[in-house]
Ligand binder design. Sequence first.
Ligand code: F6R
Length: 221
Amino acid sequence: MSETCANIIAKQLKNKPNSVLGFATGSTPVGTYKKLAENKTDFSKAKTFNLDEYCGLTKTHPQSYHKFMMDNLFNHVNINKKNINLPNGTAKDFNKECKNYENLIKKSGGIDLRVLGVGGNGHIGFNEPDSVFHNLTHQITLTPETIDANKRFFEKVEDVPKTALSMGIKTIMQAKQIVLIAGADKKQVIERLKYEVVDPRFPVSILHYHPNCTVIFAKNI
Ligand code: F6R
């Protein structure tokens, strides 16, 4: 899964060195990022926009998504640090920050290739079940389910932030190409995705409507 995804990203960068890439955090893409670093994939002209960031965590907080991306990918490839974008979880005005983030994506020409993981409940980014499909980047209240799933990264469950800034489903769908990666732990999600119709109660199902979306499963699914 990681190798296939890393190869798709490398091919994209080879064809268009100044590609705009969308990245995700979480455990699923870690192997992909490792491969990209190992293969010395050329990011010198690339620009990136991550999906989301927790509200209230500084860029250097051990559990911030910014720090995750630096540790797992950006510190190991030749990306120009000025070309790295994540929503600012400590912005004074979150609405303004979200609008600004959307404008930056637009100004960059839009996302060429977006990597996605999926939550056990079908969330993409932090777009939880029952999210509307037309949302752009916005502040989101995390569900108890997601807080529970993410507590493994924090000392205690109370430390998990309650809100996050996340690209909306519309922002995600605007990417020209999407690659969804899912490990063996997402077997049920992928089964549901295969057979269920598009339904806001299962946000990842919207990908059925994307004209250029690839789903990559781990080998043992
Ligand atoms: C991460 C993100 C989330 C994760 C999802 C799966 O930026 O937006 O939607 O992709 O929660 O997480 P893992 O890969 O840890 O199972």
